[in-house]
Write a new protein. Structure first.
Length: 211
């Protein structure tokens, strides 16, 4: 089955392909489809649904005009890092985080720049508790979908203590006390098993197995 993934992130596609074996996970750009919806939701679930419905409508339009005949459900997720000491920030703004107000900063920061900025803002605060959150939606049409939201609990490292070359985004600065390593140091298979995205995908995959 083709699963259309409402994302432009190749790292997320790589994870999704591993999480849904036996299915063909396809990004819109791989089919020549422009897709960059504005994420206006106030929660992870709202943004995941927004992206899923936007891609569903785009694909429906292309099918009507004969520009594609490939069917299949739409998968979308919205995820981010929530830091307790920062009131849950960066949260839904994790991918475009620019500090408390972003003043004087470029519109787009690299992942290492975002990581450094976040740790600088947190400073020496003893409360390092944080969690990754992922809301995932599998949508068949506008009003028919299943959704799951999961977390991965951990702590943020101190400035200069980030490590690991795996994963992406905030993974090098997200420490797992029970394992003594960061998410970026996890083997790929282990990350897919315990991550927020992996746990949400297990729930969605069980639904797929039952249809």
């Amino acid at each position: 089955m083709t699963i259309w993934f409402a994302s432009g992130n190749p790292h997320k596609k790589q994870e999704a392909s591993a999480l849904f074996p036996g299915h063909r996970v396809t990004l819109p750009v791989e089919a020549g489809i422009a897709f960059d919806p504005e994420e206006t939701g106030s929660t992870f679930l709202e943004n995941a649904l927004l992206k899923a419905r936007a891609l569903y409508r785009r694909l429906a339009d292309l099918r009507r005009t004969g520009e594609t005949d490939r069917d299949g459900p739409v998968l979308a997720d919205d995820s981010g890092l929530c830091v307790d000491a920062l009131g849950g920030r960066p949260g839904i703004y994790s991918a475009r985080y620019a500090g408390r107000d972003g003043a004087g900063l470029p519109a787009t920061l690299t992942a290492p720049e975002r990581n450094a900025l976040l740790l600088e803002e947190l400073g020496d605060n003893p409360d390092r508790n944080a969690r990754f959150v992922c809301a995932m939606v599998l949508l068949w049409d506008e009003n028919r979908f299943v959704a799951a939201q999961e977390t991965l609990e951990g702590e943020l490292v101190r400035p200069g203590e980030g490590r690991g070359s795996g994963g992406f985004g905030y993974d090098p600065i997200f420490y797992l006390p029970g394992r003594g390593i960061t998410v970026a140091e996890l083997p790929e298979g282990e990350k897919n098993r315990i991550s927020h995205r992996g746990k949400a995908a297990v729930i969605i995959a069980k639904y797929l197995e039952g249809i």
